[in-house]
Structure formats: structure tokens, C-alpha cells
Design a protein around this ligand. Structure first.
Ligand code: SAM
Ligand code: NAG
Ligand code: NAG
Ligand code: NAG
Ligand code: NAG
Length: 275
């Protein structure tokens, strides 16, 4: 009868809604659990500054690329957004050839690198002469400046650097940087990088994702969800590229997938017109 079918309908509907809510809730906690279980195996990994300096002295710099990074080249119009003479920041710069490429295009570059050998190699590999100075406001640091180009490399701990040294930047190229920072320092890193972004800044962030049960790092895994939790309150975030990049070397580490993600971060307060 009507009453019975009415209450059956009610029960069914309530069950449906409950199920929907439960399914949604379990998806949410699943993705949160996925992120923390993905991060857990690397959470306590630490690479010290002296270990990085040793890697340079021993020539263990597999991360270095002899060519301009294709993700910088492919996205340069998005980064510049019509601007000329942009001030670029390279956190953890190594001897990235991208710095010379940008300076040759008329931009200026500030980098930070702990290894003195890395900094000197950058100038020497590129046949550039340079000056060396101490920095009054940065005890223990030196700044290496190209004599011909607008490139200044600070040899110090990135966490000693701040906007009081060189102001804020119109662009940031982050490759091998967030993924190389000790996982426990990520919040501190994000806060520092946000403080270095000018209102018109365009920040290209490269991250990697693989099964952390199979490899301890480096590089360390930074899931997209964490990019959002680190930068999402200050920046809009666009995933520009996501590519599978498994190579024989990565297969030999035991990996079965290796995803490279490229994000474009723009301050939410940005007044620049959309590209
Ligand atoms: C994975 S490499 C990437 C270098 C460069 N971005 C590239 O793509 O070739 C990371 C670099 O950061 C430097 N480094 C690591 N921790 C640092 C820190 N806390 N402060 C300054 N440099 C650091 C290391 O010496 C190393 O050269
Ligand atoms: C630097 O100079 C050397 C010797 O003249 C040359 O072989 C090399 O190609 C130069 N490197 C660059 C990046 O111009
Ligand atoms: C370096 O940049 C400054 C300002 O960004 C500019 O005035 C200067 O001409 C540049 N110098 C060189 C050598 O490009
Ligand atoms: C960091 O700063 C402290 C002082 O604030 C200084 O003693 C130390 O040498 C600096 N370390 C590096 C690696 O730049
Ligand atoms: C937008 O921001 C830039 C950089 O901070 C500033 O120079 C410019 O005056 C701003 N433009 C407007 C319309 O607010």
C-alpha cells in the first residue's frame, strides 16, 4: 500500500544519501591516508649540507643537466607573461645552465647553493669571470657575481637567505629544489619561497611522484596534494604537465613508475593579466 511504499522509498532514499556521504567521506580519508602513507617512508630522510658538499667534491652530481631544461624552455612565455628583464630566483641552483640561458635573454638571476665547488664550476664551465664578496647581512655566506651578466650566486644555506638580501622576485625556477630539501623542512621552505615572490611572480615548480616503498630518495616524492597544502593558501596552482619519465636508471632502482609534474604557481594577490 501507499504508506508502506512511501516509507520504503524514504528508507531507500536515506540509505542512498548515507551511502553517498559515506562513500565521499571514505574517498576523502582514503586520499589523505594515501598522501601520508606515500610520504611516511621518506618523512625522516635527512641529507646534511656537508653531504651535499661532498657529493660535489666527489663528482656525484647526476642531477646536473648539460642542456637547458625543456620544461623551462617550453613554458618560458607563461613565466615571462609579456615581461622583459625579469628577476629570476633559483633556490638550490647547483650549476644549472638555465641561469646562463636566462641571463643571455636579458633577465637577471639570483641563485643560492651551499657548495662552493658548484658555484665556481658554474662560472668556470661557462667561461665567465666573476667576483667574490662576503655579505654583511649573511654571516658565513659569500656572493659570487658574474662580471658580464646579471647573475649573483649566494653560497650559503638556503634557510639563511631572505627577501632582505635581494628583495622579491618576478620568477622562480624550482627544479631539483623542493624535491631535494629534507622532507621535514617543507613547510619552512614553502614559507620562505612565498616570502620571496613579488606580486607579479610566476613560480615554476617541478615535482616527482613514485612508489616511496621502492626507493628512499633522492629526489623525494612531493604529491600534488602536498603542493596544494604547502602553497594553496597563497597561490593559485596550475598543473602544466604530468609526464611518465621512467628510464633504465630509475628501473634499476626498482621503480615501476616515475611521474614528473610541473606546476605554475601565481600569488592570489597577483594583479597581472592572465596570459
Ligand atoms: C638536486 S640538486 C639540484 C641543483 C639544480 N637545481 C639543478 O637542477 O641542477 C640540489 C642542490 O642543492 C644544494 N643544496 C642542498 N641543500 C641546500 C641548502 N639547504 N642550501 C643551499 N643549497 C643546498 C646541493 O648542494 C645541490 O647542488
Ligand atoms: C669555454 O672555453 C673552452 C676553451 O676555450 C671551450 O672549449 C668551451 O666550449 C667554452 N665553453 C662554453 C660554455 O662556452
Ligand atoms: C642588470 O640588471 C639591472 C636591473 O635589473 C640593469 O639595470 C642592468 O643594466 C643589468 N646589467 C647587465 C650587465 O645586464
Ligand atoms: C647561517 O647563518 C648563521 C648565523 O645566522 C651562520 O653562523 C652560519 O654560518 C650560516 N650557515 C650557512 C651555511 O650559510
Ligand atoms: C601590479 O603589481 C606591480 C608589481 O608589484 C606594480 O608595479 C603595479 O603598479 C601593479 N599594478 C596595479 C594596476 O596595481
Amino acid at each position: 500500500n501507499n504508506v508502506a511504499s512511501g516509507s520504503l522509498c524514504f528508507v531507500t532514499c536515506t540509505t542512498c544519501h548515507l551511502c553517498t556521504v559515506l562513500i565521499l567521506l571514505s574517498f576523502c580519508s582514503l586520499s589523505r591516508r594515501n598522501m601520508s602513507s606515500m610520504l611516511a617512508p621518506q618523512a625522516d630522510q635527512v641529507v646534511t649540507l656537508s653531504e651535499w658538499e661532498d657529493r660535489w667534491l666527489e663528482g656525484r652530481i647526476e642531477f646536473h643537466r648539460p642542456q637547458v631544461h625543456e620544461m623551462l624552455e617550453n613554458n618560458i612565455d607563461k613565466v615571462l607573461n609579456g615581461r622583459t628583464g625579469v628577476r629570476f630566483f633559483f633556490p638550490l641552483c647547483g650549476k644549472a645552465v638555465d641561469m646562463k640561458w636566462l641571463a643571455d635573454l636579458g633577465h637577471s638571476v639570483v641563485g643560492v647553493e651551499i657548495s662552493q665547488k658548484g658555484v665556481r664550476d658554474f662560472f668556470e664551465d661557462n667561461n665567465m669571470t666573476y667576483s667574490v664578496e662576503t655579505v654583511a647581512s649573511l654571516p658565513g655566506a659569500k656572493v659570487f657575481k658574474s662580471s658580464e651578466k646579471n647573475i649573483s650566486l649566494y653560497q650559503c644555506d638556503l634557510f639563511n637567505f631572505s627577501s632582505s638580501i635581494e628583495g622579491q622576485f618576478g620568477a622562480i625556477w624550482d627544479r631539483g629544489s623542493l624535491v631535494a630539501i629534507n622532507p621535514r623542512d617543507r613547510e619552512k621552505y614553502a614559507a620562505l619561497l612565498i616570502s620571496l615572490m613579488a606580486t607579479d611572480c610566476r613560480y615554476i615548480l617541478n615535482t616527482v611522484v613514485y612508489n616511496t616503498e621502492l626507493h628512499k630518495g633522492l629526489p623525494f616524492v612531493v604529491p600534488d596534494e602536498q603542493v596544494h597544502s604547502l602553497f594553496g593558501s597563497h597561490c593559485s596552482i596550475e598543473l602544466l604537465h604530468s609526464v611518465e619519465a621512467l628510464t633504465d636508471r630509475l628501473r634499476s632502482w626498482g621503480l615501476d613508475y616515475f611521474t614528473e609534474n610541473v606546476h605554475l604557481l601565481i600569488p592570489k594577490t597577483s594583479n597581472a593579466s592572465e596570459y
